[in-house]
Design a binder for this molecule. Sequence first.
Ligand code: SF4
Ligand code: SF4
Length: 108
Amino acid sequence: MPEKESKNSDNSTVANAPTNYKICEIIEAEIKTVNNLKIKEVSGKGKKEDVKIDIIVNYCKGCEICVAFCPEGVLAMNKEIAEVVDISKCTKCNICEYLCPDFSISIE
Ligand code: SF4
Ligand code: SF4
């Protein structure tokens, strides 16, 4: 439910967004090319400590296993490639790295 309403210039009402929700930060991945491999690298403060998540774009086949099994909702699919959407929730449990069948994702 909107918390307040305000008026447009034509006197119609418009609902204000609730003030108690957190706007997700847009996470910019640094794109690196190493040995002809394109790597999306995201670094930041995880739930417990600093974390770096690398996704090798060339290897990712878009199976979504890492997204489905990450217990914290850190990952999502962007078209056919996995990507980091909220690194602040990452606990460095390494489940994504263990389960990726293509050695595409790594946690440091
Ligand atoms: S598990 Fe590996 S191959 Fe599958 S979407 Fe995640 S990074 Fe890509
Ligand atoms: S290390 Fe664990 S919490 Fe972090 S992205 Fe991988 S599965 Fe999710």
